[in-house]
Design a protein around this ligand. Sequence first.
Ligand code: AMP
Length: 248
Amino acid sequence: MTETDTKQENVASEKADFIPGPVLLIGPPGVGKGTQAKLLMAEFGIPQISTGDLLREQRKQRTPLGLAADDLIRQGLLVADEIVNAMVAERLRHADCGRGYVLDGFPRTLAQATWLDQHLASHEGSCPVVVISLRVDRDDLLKRITGRRVCPDGHIYNIYSQPPARAGVCDADGKRLEQRKDDTEEVFESRMRVFDEETARVIPHYRGQGRFAEVDGFQPVEAVTTAIRTSLQGFRMGSERPRVPAGK
Ligand code: AMP
């Protein structure tokens, strides 16, 4: 390793040290979990683990898992806990998770939350998760969902609140923007029902564990990021930071 490599490694490590534990972003569809996870990833050099992205990647590769998940995703229904848990377990084994990570869209059920608790507890050096619950008004969510456009490389826009400079074209790489198949009003209603019935129950589970903060997701993107950063700093001050496990 050269001197420059070592310096870069130290900078990355210091940045990641700001993160007090695995960060869980929880919130209804369209609240901005993906956007915030990407910003945390860029700022702190830790990976974003989005179960939605992992499932869409499986679908793109046309694996049996991806094809089985396709129908459920289209309908806004949840993929079975065991499948998603196994996918997350596999992803957490990657070396890049050693300095922390942001889980985006997981856990979405109480069973997934319990599994994650046990999974982390069974790994030496494990430290408790910090949970950021993003809240937003329902009508605003609908606009966010139906207005969302994404480029194949994951850059996210919204035709109402954050349009690209040229309609339908990604500012970052010039690729054509698309609407996700599950970003329709009908699927939104189904996903909200799933959120109310399943994911909302995850919130009291984590609130009881202490390292939990609620953030108003209705604010501009930068203000949400600042609020998340402040919460993370609060958790960090409140505890000696243990190493974040890679989940091996
Ligand atoms: P997302 O990109 O997070 O909005 O997820 C898109 C879709 O993938 C969801 O509507 C579900 O069908 C599926 N999905 C993503 N994460 C999970 C999860 N943790 N558990 C079950 N299904 C999931």
